[in-house]
Design a protein around this ligand. Structure first.
Ligand SMILES: [Zn+2]
Length: 152
């Protein structure tokens, strides 16, 4: 991991209800990877998620994911309709740590969109948030809170 100097880590605010939906989906689709989108708003300090859109992993793979186009398009349409932006994309790692893989770097979604990974490798699911670059990645401060107002 390469840091960006002394800059303070950006924060990703995730409401508990959204976290529960993501973890439940990861467990249900295990041993395949699950995937989905988080919609919300960009903030000067990072991102605030407001809604979650589980997608269909058409690869049904334990090590890779690719969203089935129809579920992706309908999610994007709903997000736009609600006046929100895609702030995060998430997927699960059924057997490995919640750290981006080389595949994740190669298939990163876009600049300015956070990557959340749910690991099922340990007994309790672990969720971590990342900002992916072309060759490196940086961990975000993941804050489980209802609204951005709770961020100090
Ligand atoms: Zn991955």
């Amino acid at each position: 991991m390469t840091g960006r100097g002394l800059a303070k880590a950006l924060t990703f605010v995730l409401p508990p209800r959204l976290l529960q939906t993501m973890v439940r989906q990861a467990l249900e689709e295990c041993p395949s990877e699950c995937c989905g989108l988080l919609a919300g708003r960009r903030q000067p300090w990072g991102w605030a998620a407001e809604d979650v859109f589980p997608l269909v992993n058409e690869l049904k793979s334990a090590t890779r994911f690719r969203s089935e186009p129809r579920s992706l398009l309908s999610a994007l349409r709903l997000i736009e309709h609600r006046g929100l932006d895609v702030v995060g994309i998430y997927h699960s790692h059924p057997m490995t740590e919640a750290i981006p893989s080389m595949t994740d770097l190669a298939w990163r979604w876009a600049d300015g969109v956070a990557d959340l990974i749910i690991s099922l490798a340990e007994e309790a699911p672990v969720v971590r948030a990342w900002s992916l670059g072309e060759r490196d990645f940086e961990e975000l401060q993941l804050t489980i809170a209802q609204t951005a107002d709770e961020v100090g």
